[in-house]
Design a protein around this ligand. Structure first.
Ligand code: MG
Ligand code: MG
Ligand code: MG
Length: 310
């Protein structure tokens, strides 16, 4: 029976490429695995798949009765609804430990690095399996995407060293150039609907007793949002109501200026303002230096929401 490997809902490049690269490794060491995905592939990921000649993984949103590996997440909120009826054989992740538990021992590779594919490269080395050059190129792109071309505070020396090794295998000389190519594709937002944009890189979290959603769009110039920001805010309001969420936020991240415009729709603006020590104006505020949802947003929400509960 094949084991399915997949990343989080609203999959990003790390989730899609991580499923492909981990499935390749597992098959090489004699475990029959199939990469899958929980949702549509973003234009950025499609660009990377096309560049290196890979097909997107098959869509699979129900996993009851299956064996699975999780890549790039360990939160229930980011898993298929029936995940509790699957057997989780392993987790490869680089986020905070989520709330998923297992009833049997599992293979666990969780590291505080900038990208799941950095960990998967370590797994290839551990098993002494060679990475094909086109797969190495894709894994490099996943690292460049997740670490914002090494600018994110989540980026470690390990990610940079791994990227150099992958670039060498892939025969890629200019790492930063390929990184900019990725972010220029990511910056093409003109033809997308507000809902496509708010949910393109969106994650729900259970924080305290509340459901909180945080989306992020990373682009090279924020002025492309000037005409659509009001539409994005309106859609955040709709998302909040539809999902019965306490708060929905969207980070519009400028990877050149290195900061984020935060859009917020919340039941409790004061709570959000105190979490980040900010003052919202028109439901927005500029956060200089903020590039990472997982390191610079989620921990502050957890701290403030939980503190309020005590
Ligand atoms: Mg991810
Ligand atoms: Mg990741
Ligand atoms: Mg990201």
């Amino acid at each position: 029976m094949a084991t399915y490997i997949f990343g989080h809902k609203n999959p990003d490049s790390d989730s899609i490429i991580g499923a492909i690269s981990l499935a390749y490794l597992k098959n090489k060491i004699g475990e029959e695995c199939v990469p899958t995905r929980q949702g549509i592939v973003t234009p950025e990921t499609q660009f990377i798949l096309d560049k290196f000649g890979f097909d997107k993984p098959i869509l699979k949103e129900e996993v009851a009765g299956e064996n699975v590996y999780l890549v790039d997440f360990s939160d229930f909120a980011q898993a298929p609804k029936d995940i509790e009826k699957a057997t989780i054989k392993g987790i490869v992740d680089h986020h905070k430990l989520g709330d998923i538990t297992t009833s049997a021992p599992l293979e666990c590779w969780i590291r505080p690095v900038g990208c799941s594919n950095t960990i998967i490269k370590e797994m290839f080395d551990f098993h002494k399996i060679q990475i094909p050059s086109n797969l190495a190129g894709m894994m490099l792109c996943a690292i460049l995407s997740d670490t914002v071309i090494f600018k994110s505070p989540t980026c470690t020396k390990n990610d940079i060293e791994t990227s150099k090794e992958l670039a060498q295998i892939a025969g890629i000389e200019d790492i930063k150039k390929i990184g900019m190519e990725i972010f220029l594709i990511k910056s093409e937002v003109q033809n997308a609907s507000p809902r496509e944009l708010t949910t393109r890189d969106y994650k729900d979290f259970k924080i305290g007793d509340h459901k909180v959603g945080v989306g992020q769009l990373e682009v090279v110039d924020l002025s492309i949002f000037d005409n659509i920001k009001e539409h994005l805010l309106a859609d955040l309001k709709a998302l909040k109501v539809e999902g019965n969420r306490h708060t929905v936020m969207l980070l519009l991240t400028d990877i050149i200026k290195e900061g984020s415009q935060l859009l917020v729709v919340s039941d409790d603006d004061n709570l959000i303002q105190s979490a980040f020590n900010i003052k919202l104006e028109n439901s927005q505020v500029w956060l200089p230096g903020v590039l990472s949802r997982k390191k610079q947003i989620i921990p502050f929400l957890e701290k403030t929401f939980n503190w309020k509960r005590l």
